[in-house]
Design a protein around this ligand. Structure first.
Ligand code: G3P
Ligand code: MG
Length: 239
């Protein structure tokens, strides 16, 4: 049974923070998923929403705030006082933590309307090259196919996973063009037929975000390889 800690390990600590990722490492997860977008000064930052409003004490769009402005925000107190002073991590901080711990990182290229895909991919690739991260410790995912095609040009040796809510009927063509490694879909809309079609083509099949293991028992039997979940501890407890 393979498990990815979604947004770090977002049920036990504020999402996409180093505190959450340390929980994933402590629990022995093999994978962590994070969301990456650029600050105003083009630094890859690890945060899910277009704005900082929900997950910090600040306000405004991530792309309008500099790295220094983002780092000054408290990204922990909204979750619990135990995490006062937790900050929005840079991709660099996350890569240093996960590569040291030898835990694999699913880097979701988070594209909001109007974002410059080329710049995001260039800056992400630059950081990975600078830190010389082993390709086996990474996977790129995105709902945006052009982001995956762009990152493929920069780092062709790093695996790519296509995110879909529902797997479309033309999945074989898209996955072939991408030279994809995996398909990541919403577990609620997966059918046995689609699961088997994807597995038949030889791709890994991952599901997000089932937080109750008992809801997805049947999906493992369809060939699903990994659950991307906010609650890895519920799965690992039953291992
Ligand atoms: O990797 C699956 C998941 O992260 C996709 O949805 O919105 O949580 O980034 P979201
Ligand atoms: Mg994500």
């Amino acid at each position: 049974m393979k498990i990815t800690a979604h947004r770090g390990f977002s049920s036990l600590a504020p999402e996409n923070t180093l505190a959450a990722m340390k929980e994933a490492i402590n629990y022995g997860c093999e994978w962590i998923e994070i969301d990456v977008q650029l600050s105003a000064d083009h630094v890859p930052m690890v945060i899910h929403d277009k704005t900082v409003n929900r997950c910090s004490n600040g306000k405004g769009e991530v792309r309008n705030l500099s790295k220094i402005e983002l780092k000054q925000l408290d990204a922990g107190s909204w979750f619990s006082d135990d995490f006062n002073g937790e900050t929005i991590p840079t991709l660099e901080e996350v890569l240093l933590l996960t590569s040291e711990a030898k835990i694999a990182l699913n880097i979701e290229l988070k594209i909001h309307a109007g974002d410059c895909i080329h710049l995001l991919c260039e800056k992400v690739a630059e950081m990975i090259n600078k830190l010389n991260i082993e390709p086996e410790l990474m996977l790129f995912s995105s709902f945006d196919q052009s982001a995956l095609l762009t990152i493929k040009q920069h780092l062709p040796h790093v695996r790519r996973g296509q995110l879909w809510e529902t797997i479309p009927n033309n999945h074989a063509d898209v996955l072939s063009e991408l030279d994809a490694f995996s398909v990541h879909c919403d577990y609620r809309y997966l059918t046995e037929e689609k699961a088997k079609a994807v597995k038949h083509l030889g791709y890994q099949l991952y599901c997000y975000t089932p937080n109750q293991p008992e809801l997805v028992e049947e999906l493992w039997t369809w060939g699903v390889d990994m659950m991307i979940t906010d609650t890895p501890h519920r799965y690992l407890a039953s291992k």
